[in-house]
Design a binder for this molecule. Structure first.
Ligand SMILES: [Zn+2]
Length: 262
């Protein structure tokens, strides 16, 4: 300690204080201990603020049959999710584009352009289960945490960090939506696919629904045109290959409680 300058000592104290402010939890979705900077309450509050912006910018489907179908599929999968510290909600956006996305706090959105092209409940469930994988592995929260990173050094008190995250969601919806629509890493995509397979299996959906959905999105890519969902969820060819390899292993991995043929 004697060799540290005063400045270094102060940095050390500040660093220790900051680290002690982080919460480390075991995440059953990833099987790892993770440092969580954003509290669940912050995530939910951010998701609610973003939902207000999304409600202003987009029109939700007024078709009760379609909306119920999405919500029922969402509910059946979300009760299986590894993450149960918030409530999930599912919204169908009236927009003729191939897209689905998730915001902090368990808000899952699908566009009618994608919903209408997915032929079976299993295929719709394939996309929803993948999105839930991003939720349970906290990939969305990590995107926000990473964006806030430049401020972290100067932010000693965790409540300030949470307040900053909230401010991003409530005051600059554009910045927050850019984060929502930024691409996930290859590692995060593989992980969300694996978790998606797990949730599909445990909820009793046909796992091939995920392949059907991914192949539809791949087929809809023409020349320079890439469906919105593939821009935020890239590496589709590798993912289809891996999902096809993983599907036959599901019953050995997760037991025989799923109804594979349903
Ligand atoms: Zn994804």
């Amino acid at each position: 300690m004697a060799h540290f300058s005063w400045a270094q000592r102060i940095l050390l104290i500040v660093g220790c204080f900051f680290l002690s402010a982080c919460t480390t939890i075991y995440n059953p979705a990833t099987g790892k201990n993770e440092s969580i900077l954003l509290s669940t309450a912050t995530e939910v509050s951010m998701g609610q603020d973003l939902h207000k912006s999304i409600s202003k910018e987009y029109r939700f489907s007024a078709d009760p049959v379609k909306v119920n179908r999405l919500q029922q599929i969402g509910r059946r999968l979300s009760v299986i999710s590894d993450r149960q510290d918030y409530l999930y909600s599912f919204y169908l956006i009236e927009k003729d584009e191939l897209n689905a996305f998730t915001t902090p706090g368990g808000f899952v959105y699908m566009y009618t352009g994608l919903f209408d092209k997915l032929k079976t409940d299993d295929a719709i469930a394939g996309v929803v289960a993948h999105e839930l994988g991003h939720c349970s592995a906290r990939h969305i929260a990590k995107k926000f945490q990473a964006a806030l990173g430049y401020n972290i050094i100067g932010t000693v008190v965790l409540s300030q960090l949470n307040a900053q995250a909230r401010a991003i969601a409530s005051q600059s919806a554009d910045v927050a939506m850019n984060l929502v629509f930024s691409a996930f890493s290859r590692k995060d995509e593989y992980q969300a696919d694996s978790l998606g397979i797990k949730y599909l299996y445990l909820a009793g959906y046909d796992l091939n629904g995920m392949i059907d959905a991914f192949e539809l999105l791949q087929k809809e890519s023409k020349g320079d045109f890439v469906p919105l969902w593939l821009r935020t969820h890239p590496f589709i060819e590798d993912r289809i290959k891996r999902v096809k390899e993983e599907i036959p292993l599901a019953s050995a991995k997760y037991g025989h409680i799923g109804n594979y043929s349903q």
